[in-house]
Write a protein that binds this ligand. Structure first.
Ligand SMILES: [Cu+2]
Length: 187
């Protein structure tokens, strides 16, 4: 075998290996695009189906996020809507009370800068952007306590910004709704 034959054989091998790896990388891209499409279309995660806005400058004086409307509300269909506001450096209410085994929708916005909305032990993880309403559906299987830290750096007091989420028995929650229009676990 001459040196030239060797080179030719090497080129053939290199071309074959390159084709193989090109196919692998195309397959990875197709797989990732497929997963993103599945999550977006089938599980309705991102992008959000609609954009809701809320004026951060009047959040506390008018509309859905006035203080008297924050907390957990029982809807006519039996689901629960929880409304909260984030501001430097706290959440209002500081303790969110929700029932187990019930469809829940969290609706929250920010009064100033971008904050994070994350409930530990669940897949809730989003941003609260001033001017926009973040709406997240969830269902808790059992009672328990969850920490809800702000996980989006929002200023010097960021590390001290968190709230609690208390999941209680559904019957106990429903019993409380007759006495209060909006429920929280703030002491
Ligand atoms: Cu924050």
């Amino acid at each position: 075998m001459t040196l030239q034959d060797n080179h030719a054989a090497g080129a053939v091998v290199a071309a074959r290996v390159e084709r193989k790896w090109a196919m692998v990388s195309v397959a990875v891209i197709v797989l990732l695009a497929g997963m993103a499409a599945f999550a977006g279309i089938h599980q309705a995660t991102m992008p959000q189906a609609r954009v809701e806005t809320a004026d951060p400058t009047t959040l506390h004086i008018a509309g859905e996020f006035v203080e008297s409307n924050l907390g957990s509300a029982l809807e006519p269909d039996g689901s629960v809507t929880v409304r909260a506001v984030a501001q430097q450096y706290s959440f209002t209410p500081q303790c969110l009370l929700v029932p187990a085994e019930t469809p829940i929708t969290f609706r929250a916005s920010s009064a100033d800068v971008v904050h994070g909305f994350l409930i530990q032990g669940t897949n809730i993880n989003t941003m609260l952007v001033p001017g926009y309403v973040s709406a997240i559906p969830i269902r808790f299987d059992k009672p328990g306590d969850h920490l809800m830290p702000c996980h989006e750096f929002c200023g010097i007091g960021h590390e001290g910004m968190w709230a609690n989420v208390k999941v209680i028995d559904k019957a106990a929650f429903l019993a409380m709704t007759s006495a209060h229009r909006r429920l929280t676990c703030v002491e």
